[in-house]
Design a protein around this ligand. Sequence first.
Ligand SMILES: Cc1cc2nc3c(=O)[nH]c(=O)nc-3n(C[C@H](O)[C@H](O)[C@H](O)COP(=O)(O)OP(=O)(O)OC[C@H]3O[C@@H](n4cnc5c(N)ncnc54)[C@H](O)[C@@H]3O)c2cc1C
Length: 295
Amino acid sequence: MNDVTNVEVFSPESLVSAVQVLAEAGAEARILAGGTDLMVALEKGLWRPQGFVLDISRLSAELRYIKVEEDEVRIGALTSFADIVTSPLLAVEAASLVAAAREIGAQQIQNRATIGGNIMNASPAGDSMPALLALDARVVLTSNEGPRTLPLFSFFPAYRETVAKPSELLTEVRITRRKRVTQDYFRKVAPRSAQAISKVILAARAWDMDASSEGSRLGSVRIGVGSVAPTPLRLFETERVLEGKVLTPSLMAAASRTLETEISPIDDIRSTAEYRRLVCCRLLEEFLANLLLES
Ligand SMILES: Cc1cc2nc3c(=O)[nH]c(=O)nc-3n(C[C@H](O)[C@H](O)[C@H](O)COP(=O)(O)OP(=O)(O)OC[C@H]3O[C@@H](n4cnc5c(N)ncnc54)[C@H](O)[C@@H]3O)c2cc1C
């Protein structure tokens, strides 16, 4: 364990003072939310605390909520995965995110782990990101100069990096509401159903499907994947192959071939690149086969 006796911890009670502190401290401060990633990093010696820690857990009144508006669902950064699992609203609006939350760690972790921490940890294997990508999520970053909003697909420029500045807090995640959703799909492939890091994750949403004389025609599709590239990834090209087309076996095969060109899995202790590639294609096919059954 690292020596943390010289570390100062600041626990502001308002967002205004939190971003003021960040503006003054910049890269010197480390933000602590639920601590489920940070405490493990501390224990392993991967995080050597210097300067001070900005503990944001007392900002719950401002940053822990799930709200529905006309066009979007807004989720505060301090919302826990337990909050997400038990939200009747998200069960309707974002079933894939609820399914992802249910598979994070076990119940104790879900009680502490926040959605903001999962995103800012920026692991390519993080469970919430593929679901959020499939739900067209945007993130809100707030500094003492005010908020800015950007799409999640542009948030991870490289392995374990985000475009957030040291002066910014992730304050909110926004999900686009869709009508006529046929399916919100989420599947995590891992060695166990709890406390396991994924080998492959695929999440997808399809909406505005129609029945035509030739068969079921896809409307819009979003696909997010995890553990198959250096960052969580949205599969724009695969979406383009599918959108507006009649769902046939040859279209499904074309989509799988495109998916293979978009991902870049690696061999590591959890799996092989070959297994990941194969399973990722199978998950896409499962999502598409479900659409045929449901449409
Ligand atoms: C036993 C165990 C099992 C786990 N299982 C899973 C799993 O199955 N799937 C999975 O995806 N993860 C898993 N995790 C990882 C972890 O629980 C999640 O990533 C969690 O969501 C992190 O949230 P937190 O609030 O605990 O983040 P913290 O540990 O407090 O912070 C994580 C990182 O984000 C930064 N940060 C946090 N909040 C903000 C914010 N609002 N603005 C800016 N920066 C911020 C911190 O500075 C830090 O770099 C597991 C962890 C453990 C210990």
